[in-house]
Design a protein around this ligand. Structure first.
Ligand SMILES: Cc1cc2nc3c(=O)[nH]c(=O)nc-3n(C[C@H](O)[C@H](O)[C@H](O)COP(=O)(O)OP(=O)(O)OC[C@H]3O[C@@H](n4cnc5c(N)ncnc54)[C@H](O)[C@@H]3O)c2cc1C
Length: 382
């Protein structure tokens, strides 16, 4: 086992994998990725597998658009022997009030100005795309046909194999316990199995990013919260796009192998590391889907689970260097860290290597929270 690295990346979820791959692709040697558990033990394997560009903030729209561009050629770029299952069935986002409709009109204008082909639809046009919708559950909708689905297991495997081929080392079942600094400079990462000499660390620890930050004396303004989700049996084709409603609190998508995934948030969820699933979720999810997609509600549930959203104050990620020299972070992704992974890896590798950043990337810096009045909060979330 190696005990020396140019850089240690903490967390082998989709963010850590993409960062490792992007650094290795640029010729960086001696990269070690450590994870306290097995492959994909964190939020990545628990996510809803949705990828969308319909956001309310410019920053999130840009991150999503760039990542979707990557997904469209990911198999070839990563030389993946399987298929990441990038399916562009679109996202249909339902509006159910005048206020929501007005906000959606602004969102569509913003998205179109950035080259995202979203359309504002009448109820009748939305019903043509998803005939199973209850017409009394919404008033209008927005639709972007280039949004859709990517399989998180396959996407992660593609990054993992590509990074490994480029020489990245992975230490699984290695929990980081301590990061040693001397005179403010990183010297060592200590896990429960090994001590690694290094001067650079990436914190891509998902729900545990706060705790990793504390190891170097950094208070990262993020918290973790349980989000629950379920999957049904495989069924006939019922849903082309992901159907989503922020005000009704639901997302629901049929994945390529025929099962339907759906989730909602629990407004009373505590800020902690709970990832259990509950009868309350199942009950509320069943009522919500029965109201919006009554035919889908007849399908049988085969499993429910929970996972951590790691949330920043503006529901946009933190991809940044920090006041601790050579300590970098990629966290606070809320419910969109899977779909942002391609751009996360690209941007953080640029930051680590001191390359020039595009102007928008500066807004991802942790220092934006020094003045909370200036932050542009994302509202298009479940
Ligand atoms: C129910 C649910 C639905 C979601 N749906 C979507 C969706 O549709 N689309 C989307 O884009 N996103 C979605 N998300 C969000 C997405 O899953 C996350 O934002 C993303 O997976 C975060 O990836 P990550 O690599 O940053 O973190 P993770 O995947 O959580 O990886 C972090 C890793 O760090 C490791 N780690 C933690 N502490 C230590 C330590 N001390 N030492 C070593 N290793 C450590 C963990 O074991 C873990 O493997 C959803 C999340 C949930 C829970």
């Amino acid at each position: 086992m190696k005990t020396k690295a140019y850089i240690v990346i903490i967390g082998a979820g989709i963010s850590g994998l993409s960062i490792a791959y992007n650094l290795a692709k640029k010729g960086v040697k001696d990269i070690i990725v450590v994870d306290k558990s097995h492959f994909l033990a964190g939020a990545t394997a628990r996510c809803g597998a949705g990828v969308r560009q319909q956001w309310a903030t410019e920053l999130n729209c840009i991150l999503a658009k760039k990542s979707i561009e990557f997904f469209s050629h990911a198999n070839e770029t990563l030389n993946y022997h399987r298929d990441i299952e990038f399916k562009q069935g679109g996202y249909l986002i339902l509006s159910s009030s005048i206020a929501e409709d007005e906000q959606f009109a602004k969102n569509v204008k913003l998205q179109n100005s950035l080259g995202i082909p979203t359309r504002h639809l009448s109820k009748e046009e939305a019903l043509e795309i998803v005939p199973h919708l209850n017409p009394n559950s919404f008033t209008s909708a927005t639709f972007c046909h280039t949004d859709g689905h990517v399989n998180p297991f396959l996407m992660s495997e593609a990054y993992y194999l590509a990074a490994q081929k480029l020489g990245v080392d992975f230490f699984f079942f290695n929990e980081v316990k301590e990061i040693i600094l001397e005179e403010g400079l990183i010297q060592k990462v200590i896990t429960d199995k090994v001590e690694i000499d290094t001067h650079k660390v990436v914190n891509a620890a998902g729900g545990y990013s706060q705790e990793i930050g504390q190891m170097v004396g950094l208070d990262i303004p993020v918290y973790s919260e349980n989000h629950e989700i379920l999957v049904t049996e495989r069924t006939k084709d019922m849903l082309g796009p992901m159907v989503m409603s922020f005000s009704k609190n639901i997302y629901c998508q049929q994945v390529p192998h025929g099962s339907i995934l759906m989730g909602r948030n629990n407004p009373k969820a505590l800020h902690n590391h709970d990832i259990s699933s509950s009868w309350r979720f199942l009950d509320e999810m069943a009522k919500t889907v029965n109201h919006i997609l009554p035919e889908v509600a007849k399908q049988r549930v085969i499993r429910t689970w929970g996972g951590s959203y790691n949330i920043s104050p503006d529901f946009q990620p933190i991809i940044s260097d920090t006041q601790v020299s050579n300590f970098f972070i990629a966290c606070g992704f809320s419910g969109h860290g899977f779909m942002f992974a391609p751009i996360t890896g690209e941007l953080l590798s640029q930051i680590i290597l001191g390359e020039e950043l595009e102007a928008y990337a500066k807004d991802l810096h942790i220092s934006r929270f020094d003045n909370m009045e200036n932050i542009d909060r994302e509202h298009s979330v479940v």
